[in-house]
Structure formats: C-alpha cells, structure tokens
Ligand binder design. Structure first.
Ligand code: F6P
Ligand code: MN
Length: 302
C-alpha cells in the first residue's frame, strides 16, 4: 500500500505536493462537518445560490489551509466574490463543495481544485495540476499533475487519523463507453444536443445521473461515456464554471485519455474573462465527446 504523502513526495513538484496534501486533510474535516453543518444561512454567493453553512465551512477550511502553506499566491473560490491573496507561486481555483443541493438527499458531494501557474482568470492551459474529492460511500481523492491520473481512498485507522491509500494508479477511461448523464431537461436542451442524446442508447450507453458534477464525472471515469451540463435554449452559456469546475475536470479527464468540449473546442482552450464565467461542458470518452462536438457544431448552434 502506498500513502498519499509518499506518492506526492515521489511524484509531485514540492509546492504542488504540499498543496495537495492540505486539500486532502481539509477534505477529512469537510466530510466530518457535513452532517452537522447542512443548515441554511441567509447569505447569497456570487452566482445567486443560497449558501449553506457547509459551503461556508468548506470554503474557509480549504482557503485557510491553502494560504497557510505559504505556497499559494491566490485562492479564488466559487463561494467568494474576490480571491484571497497569499504568498507563493500557485494560483488555486476551487469549488469547495460541488453539488451542495445534494446534501438533503445524501447523493454524493464533491470538491474541485485547479492549480494554475498564472493570475486568475486563466485558461486550463495554465493548469499545473488538478484534483477532486468525492464525498460518497467512500472519501476519495483523484488527482493529476500532468503525468496520469491517480486515486486515493481515505482509510480510517482506529488508532489514529484517517490516511489516504493509493487505490488506482494511471486510471484510464475504459475503451467501451457505458453511461451518460446530462443536466437539465430535454425541452431545455438545444436541438442538436437532443438529437445527440437520442443516438446514445442506440450505441449501447445507458443513463446514470446523480446530480453532482464530481459524482457524475467520477462514474464516467470508471465506466466510460459522457457527462454534460449542456447548452440550453434559454441558457446558451450552460451552468458550470470554467475556472472552478470544467477546466480542472477537463485536465484530469484528458490525462485519463478522454476529451472535454464546450461544444466547439477543447474546454482547456476556453479563456474565461471573469472568475465565474460559465460554459457548456461535455466531458468523458474522447470518441463520444468528439461525436457530440461534430453534431453540435455542424448545426451551427453553438
Ligand atoms: O456546481 C453546480 C452543480 O451543483 C453541479 O454539481 C451539478 O452538475 C449541477 O449543478 C446540477 O444542476 P441542476 O441543479 O440544475 O440540476
Ligand atoms: Mn459545483
């Protein structure tokens, strides 16, 4: 068995290893806090969603830990209007609690982190690494620093604190795509998105959807297929935020042999002009996402 600390010491640049380790520790604190902090606060986050105590807790927990490393120049978060400034070279963009509307239903939640080399906002081409956490039946960390995708699972040691043990080295999307999950509803999707979804069952995929980007993507990584929060007729920019959500996940997905598109181009090439700029996102097995991109761009809808 290999622990996360050891893996990072051997495989990550020092700064990123340190930063990844504090994220892993923070995720243990967030996981423990979920049951007690699921009540609602009255404040509103920049995207207009109601902020829950657990959103605030996870934001503060991760932000403080990241800035405390002395290696992070800024932390931008989906939950904050302005980035927090620190000292260091790494620029972190995070979604500290992805899918927090899943709290009530106990579907999986997640956290997403992008480690950028440049002042934010920046495109996914400036990513040095990315990681995501799943708070599901297991607490897992999936990460990439540009040399493959690796997964760790939190294991509770009765005598001491939980540790993260390697559970998957060099994860790759399977050859045969199996599942699809699309956010929103059929009548909201643009016609080419609808037409594309109609083709999926014909090619052997079946629907599976949990309502958290991290959870929905995580199963695509294991089973192959596609997750999308697509373009809507009345919401052409989609919902997911490039900097905090789609670019870091696209980075990991590409490292696992997949492809992510905004409908026209690689998500990693999208240059967000603001910190919370959204874009449509189609992510998963390369051949499936490329087919979607061909269909969507052929009909000139994007
Ligand atoms: O971060 C936004 C998010 O919570 C994602 O995790 C999820 O994929 C999506 O929103 C679900 O959106 P909706 O509530 O519109 O179905
Ligand atoms: Mn989110």
């Amino acid at each position: 068995m290999m622990k996360l600390e050891e893996f990072l010491r051997l495989n990550a640049p020092e700064e990123l290893g340190t930063v990844a380790m504090v994220v892993a520790k923070g995720s243990l604190a967030v996981s423990e806090a979920i049951p007690t902090k699921a009540g609602l606060l009255a404040s509103v986050n920049p995207s207009g969603e109601r902020q829950k105590a657990i959103d605030v807790f996870s934001n503060d927990e991760f932000a403080e830990a990241l800035l405390g490393t002395g290696m992070v120049e800024e932390v931008a978060s989906e939950e904050m209007q302005e980035p927090l400034e620190g000292k260091g070279d790494v620029h972190v963009a995070m979604d500290p609690l992805d899918g927090s509307s899943n709290v009530e239903t106990n579907n999986p939640l997640g956290s997403i982190f992008g480690f950028y080399s440049k002042r934010l906002p920046a495109s996914g081409r400036s990513l040095l690494g990315a990681m995501y956490v799943t708070y599901g039946s297991m607490l897992t960390i999936t990460l990439s620093f540009g040399k493959g995708v690796h997964r760790f699972v939190a294991v509770r040691d009765e005598a001491g604190p939980s540790s993260f043990e390697l559970s998957g080295l060099n994860l790759r999307l399977p050859e045969k795509p199996e599942v699809y999950g699309f956010g929103g509803s059929r009548k909201e999707w643009t016609p080419p998105v609808r037409e594309f979804v109609d083709t999926l069952e014909g090619r052997g995929l079946r629907t599976r959807y949990c309502g958290t980007f991290v959870g929905d993507y995580n199963q695509v990584l294991s089973r192959g297929g596609i997750f999308a929060y697509p373009q809507f007729v009345n919401r052409p920019q989609g919902k997911l935020r490039v900097l905090y959500e789609t670019a870091p996940m696209a980075f990991i997905n590409e490292q696992a042999g997949g492809y992510a598109s905004d409908g026209r181009r690689n998500v990693l090439d999208v240059e967000p002009r603001t910190l919370s700029e959204p874009s449509p996102a189609y992510i998963g097995s390369a051949e499936v996402v490329r087919d979607l991109e061909r269909m969507v761009s052929a009909e000139g809808q994007n």
